[in-house]
Design a protein around this ligand. Structure first.
Ligand code: PLP
Length: 390
């Protein structure tokens, strides 16, 4: 049999994508103006149940703007995770600010016990805010990432942020659709709990516009500033007056047309991803040496990425699993290399990075597309049942 390639995470266009994009082309509204942009922003805000949304070119530019509107300057420091995609942290440096790297907990998201310990023991809380004892600089914000569609511990994060007067920026680029089902933030969506949040519509995310992003918030002042900065900081439409340095970060109408059609299917994508997750979990749990990492129990995750933990007693290790699956035409990948170990961040401050290293060595992501069929998932399981060194 000629086995077809099973990719990790690819787009799924079975809704009104062509219809809306065609309409955008036919009406000749293809650039940063146009009704799809406004409609997409309104629909995302409605979906995530927040005050408003501002579209942007991608998640990275959204985070750049989010940090700026939260007041991060080149003289500040921002606490960030080490275990995530580097795009979450680079915007801190775009501004000239410095990141401080935190470890993760067993949900891959920021370890709030270590976070609080760091604020308590390594910093001094003064009238000027939280001062890092090592650098004497102000720590102004926490940038948390909802890794793989899980939810960071937002109750803990907000409690610590309030205690030390820190802004909270949520990198929800992987977590559109994830919300709390219990607790203080019941029914609150990832991205809408802190001061500001960002979604990504990159090609590998749960919904895509090719490239694209969205800033969300319940703070109208921040949304207004974000809109201003993403549209060249133009303060007069007719005379083109600009009151600060802005950016050309707005999404195009073509991308928004695609996004609108994708958003209409988001819930059905999540449903499929949930079913595939549950299937994988049942089957993987029967394989000695492997387990599928669970999402938190007090949330409805969007099930974006599936993470398999490879125990020492599995026949092959992480790299061998990736090579073996590749030989079987199944795409799998390790978690990102830790950001604090990447060249641009070599000298940056870290705090007790331990768990992140363990997960990095033991976890692989397996195919999770919203159009992954039951046959494909079954094939992946069959492969994992008979590991070989290739
Ligand atoms: C995808 C992603 C980003 C960046 O989003 P883009 O739209 O690709 O710029 C940032 N942070 C995390 C955690 C991501 O997964």
């Amino acid at each position: 049999m000629n086995q077809k390639f099973i990719p990790l995470s690819v787009p799924n266009f079975h809704g009104k994508e062509l219809e809306y994009v065609t309409h955008a082309v036919e009406t000749e509204w293809v650039s940063t103006g146009g009704s799809y942009v406004n409609e997409f922003e309104a629909k995302v805000a409605e979906y995530a149940n927040c005050k408003g949304a501002v579209s942007c070119q991608n998640g990275t530019s959204g985070l750049h703007i989010a940090l700026q509107v939260c007041g991060v300057t080149k003289d500040d420091e921002v606490i960030v995770p080490t275990l995530t995609f580097i795009a979450a942290v680079n915007p801190v440096r775009y501004i000239g600010a410095e990141p401080i790297f935190m470890d993760c907990d067993n949900s891959f998201t920021m370890d709030i016990v270590k976070l609080e310990e760091f604020c308590e023991n390594e910093c001094t809380f003064t009238g000027k805010g939280l001062i890092n004892n090592r650098t004497n600089k102000r720590i102004i914000a926490l940038l948390v990432v909802h890794v793989f569609g899980n939810m960071a511990d937002m109750e803990g994060i907000i409690r610590i942020a309030e205690k030390y007067n820190l802004k909270v920026i949520e990198d929800a680029t992987e977590a559109i659709g994830t919300y709390y089902t219990e607790g203080k933030y019941k029914n609150k969506y990832a991205g809408t709990i802190g001061d500001i949040g960002v979604y990504s519509f990159n090609g590998n995310k749960i919904i895509t516009t090719g490239g694209g992003g969205m800033i969300v918030s319940n703070n109208e002042g921040l949304l207004k500033k974000a809109k201003h900065l993403t549209t060249q900081a133009k303060s007069d439409e007719l005379y083109y007056t600009h009151d600060e340095i802005g950016y050309n970060y707005r999404l195009t109408n073509l991308q928004a047309a695609l996004g609108l059609a994708q958003l209409e299917q988001l819930e059905s994508f999540i449903q499929t991803k949930k079913e595939n997750f549950e299937f994988y979990q049942r089957e993987i749990d029967k394989i000695p040496g492997l387990r599928l990492l669970k999402f938190k129990v007090n949330i409805r995750p969007n099930y974006w990425f599936y993470a398999v933990y490879i125990e020492e007693n599995y026949k092959i290790n992480r790299d061998q699993v990736i090579q073996y699956l590749a030989a079987k035409k199944v795409q799998a990948r390790p978690i990102w290399g830790l950001i604090s170990e990447q060249k641009p961040y070599e000298g940056s401050q870290t705090y007790k990075i331990e768990q992140a290293k363990k997960y990095l060595e033991h976890v692989v992501n397996i195919p999770c597309s919203s159009n992954l069929s039951k046959e494909d998932a079954t094939y992946v399981i069959e492969c994992l049942k008979q590991p070989e060194v290739v």
